[in-house]
Each structure stands twice: as C-alpha cells, then as structure tokens.
Design a binder for this molecule. Structure first.
Ligand SMILES: CC(C)(COP(=O)(O)OP(=O)(O)OC[C@H]1O[C@@H](n2cnc3c(N)ncnc32)[C@H](O)[C@@H]1OP(=O)(O)O)[C@@H](O)C(=O)NCCC(=O)NCCS
Length: 180
C-alpha cells in the first residue's frame, strides 16, 4: 500500500481481485464515457476488464496496477508502465506511461487526480525518469483540460478504430510532460 496523503492511497491489485476491479469499472467507466459508445461502453469494459485481460496486464513487465483508495474506499484505478517510450518523440528520454486513471464521479473535482499525478511525477523523478506521457480522448474536456492545467502538452494523435465507438469521439491524443 502506498500512502499518497492522509486520504488517498494506492493499493496494488492482485489476480484474486479481478472481479472487484471489473465491478468497480463497470460503474466508473460508463459514468464518464457511456455516450462515446453505441452500447454505452459495455464492450469496452468487458474487454479491458475481463479476467483474461486483467491477468495479462498484471503480468506485464514494468507495469504497476493499483486501486485508488479514498478514505479507505476503492474509488478508481491507476496503472503505470515504466520504460514505455513515446513514439516519434524527437529525443531519447527515459519515459513512463500513465496507462489508466479513472476515478468514481463522487470523488472527481476534489484534487485526487492532481495529487496522484504529483505523486507519479515525484516518484518518476526519484527514479531518474525524464518524461511522463499518456493517451487522452480529445472529446472528453474533463480529462483534456485537467492534463492541460497540470502542464501536459500535445504530442500527436490518432483515431481509434473500435467499431462501436461513435465517429465523432474517435480522436485520441498523446500528451506529455517533461520532468527535467
Ligand atoms: C480526469 C480525472 C482523472 C481528473 O481528476 P480529478 O480528481 O477529477 O481532478 P482534480 O480535482 O485533481 O483537478 C485538477 C485540476 O484540473 C481541473 N479540472 C478538473 N476537471 C476539470 C474540468 N472538467 N474542466 C476544467 N478543468 C478541470 C481542476 O480545476 C483542477 O485545477 P485546480 O487545482 O486549479 O483547481 C478524473 O476526473 C476522472 O477520472 N475522470 C473520469 C475518467 C477519465 O476521463 N479519466 C482520464 C482518462 S485519460
């Protein structure tokens, strides 16, 4: 368990908690993204949070997968991949990818996201990492504005090919922050 501050902690997810993670994300993901999808996001949650995919992501080398706890309650997930490079960045930088951060709507806007990213920045700096990057959906201003406000810059973008995603929500940008 990692204590981020007196209210927020990160608890490593174990294989036996795959069902807990699925049930949490079945609630949290559609709160934010249901309108992106023809099926309300069911296919996406069922795929990303299947027992098989969770096991695969837990085994991935250099990755850490956490529940976010707020006052001891599981309210989201947080996954990072160390040494994952940002494609086509013009200089070689020691990089970490923030792969997932999803917080329950009841705790959004209370500074939890910002605290988690501050924790990631200071942890990355201690380990001599130079750059943090992530993928963000352009049509989700809550996330996009959040990253912009805490200093992330545009790098590149792509369009997601998933069949059930509505066309106007396909754009996904890679954004990054230099630490040094
Ligand atoms: C995006 C998310 C991680 C942000 O975390 P959060 O805890 O809600 O955000 P915070 O309260 O830490 O806000 C940090 C800053 O971003 C700003 N911000 C947050 N939401 C915003 C919004 N909708 N519009 C504009 N700015 C916003 C805040 O004003 C705050 O700035 P301040 O410190 O100057 O007040 C969280 O809302 C979330 O999980 N959303 C749903 C899932 C999602 O989209 N995840 C991202 C996937 S890439």
């Amino acid at each position: 368990m990692i204590l981020v501050n007196e209210k927020i902690s990160l608890q490593e997810i174990s294989n036996s908690e795959a069902a807990d993670l699925f049930n949490l994300m079945k609630e949290v993901y559609p709160q934010a993204y249901d309108y992106f999808w023809q099926d309300g996001g069911d296919w996406y949650v069922n795929t990303q949070y299947s027992e098989e995919n969770i096991s695969k992501e837990l085994l991935e080398e250099n990755a850490e997968y956490f529940f976010v706890l707020y006052n001891g309650e599981k309210v989201g997930n947080f996954r990072i991949i160390w040494d994952k490079t940002l494609d086509n960045y013009n200089e070689k930088k020691k990089s970490v990818k923030l792969h997932r951060i999803y917080l329950h709507s009841k705790i959004q806007g209370k500074g939890v996201g910002k605290k988690l990213l501050e924790w990631l920045e200071s942890t990355a700096l201690q380990k001599q990492y130079e750059l943090i990057w992530l993928d963000a959906m352009d049509e989700k201003p809550q996330a996009f504005q959040f990253y912009k406000k805490i200093g992330y810059q545009y790098h590149s973008h792509c369009f997601l090919p998933f069949d059930l995603l509505h066309d106007r929500y396909r754009k996904m940008s890679q954004v990054y922050k230099l630490l040094v």
